[in-house]
Design a binder for this molecule. Structure first.
Ligand SMILES: C[S@@+](CC[C@H](N)C(=O)[O-])C[C@H]1O[C@@H](n2cnc3c(N)ncnc32)[C@H](O)[C@@H]1O
Length: 264
């Protein structure tokens, strides 16, 4: 399925949010974010492996373990799938009768994912769509996942509301997203790497002019963490919110259950 449903929905919330220092606004408008990922798409996987030392592969495996695919007949949606690494991990773990759908609003990122799935012989449906206006029926999926994508959606609340809408009551939401270490010493060292070394390496290896890896650290530092992130998930219509800090807390896996009655 390839639904060209990319839309820019006006949600009422600004797409420019204040950065961690409260001064420089981060532009998260769809055009800017889509353009940035289109530019780095050819080298996205390489830079991911390089900057994380391969840890991101382990984080995705752990996500599949903690939020396992449904039994045959079930369906999984990976939102903001990018080059599809999490969708591919689910396709490898799920039986052939589980439907895996991967959606993103950046065509060049999806194209990379599609090529990888073809090479791996995995049947995944690639859908070009905005996470704030998903082209799927209500309660269509047993499991909805999003890896390093929620922070990029211009309106987090609107994105989570769509994920809740398409998730079956009693179904599961899994969010893999960056966070900041709690330990002050580790946090200090990590912030130095994150603010200085990471943007320098990322921007040059990905050969991008849009400052994608400067945006990365800014968007992580301003994105709600810990209990604030859990509250956003609960407010969207999920309960049993469980948060697992990964690798000193530089990422967090949040797993939650869509409320049994589907209410928010
Ligand atoms: C950092 S990448 C993550 C890709 C992948 N999930 C991974 O784990 O590597 C973020 C992705 O979110 C997508 N994205 C950001 N905002 C979006 C939106 N509103 N709708 C759909 N996709 C969006 C971008 O196009 C990009 O591919």
């Amino acid at each position: 399925m390839d639904v060209n449903a990319t839309t820019e929905r006006q949600t009422g919330s600004p797409s420019v949010s204040p950065s961690a220092d409260g001064r420089t606004p981060i532009d998260k408008s769809g055009g800017r974010v889509r353009g940035m990922f289109a530019e780095i798409a050819p080298r996205y996987d390489l830079v991911n492996r390089l900057l994380s030392g391969g840890i991101d592969v382990r984080w995705r495996k752990l996500t599949v373990q903690r939020a396992p695919p449904p039994p045959p007949g079930g369906a999984v949606l990976d939102v903001c799938t990018g080059t599809g690494d999490l969708a591919l991990a689910y396709a490898a773990a799920a039986g052939p009768r589980v439907r895996i759908v991967a959606s993103d609003f950046c065509r060049p990122m999806l194209d990379r994912g599609e090529e990888k799935a073809l090479r791996a012989g995995r049947a995944i449906e690639w859908v070009e769509a905005d996470a704030m206006a998903l082209p799927f029926p209500t309660a269509a999926f047993d499991l909805v996942t999003v890896a390093f994508g929620l922070r990029n959606i211009a309106d987090t609340t609107a994105g989570l509301a769509e994920m809740a809408r398409v998730c079956k009551p009693g179904g599961t939401l899994a969010i893999l997203e960056f966070s900041l270490p709690r330990n002050p010493v580790i946090r200090h060292g990590y912030l130095w790497y994150f603010r200085h070394l990471l943007p320098a390496i990322g921007n040059s290896v990905a050969r991008n002019r849009s400052g994608a890896y400067t945006y990365l650290n800014q968007s992580v530092e301003e994105f709600p963490d810990g209990e604030r992130r859990a509250a956003l998930v609960r407010d969207a219509g999920f309960d049993r919110v469980d948060q697992v800090p990964l690798t000193f807390g530089i990422a967090t896996l949040t797993v939650a259950r869509r409320t049994a009655d589907g209410a928010t």
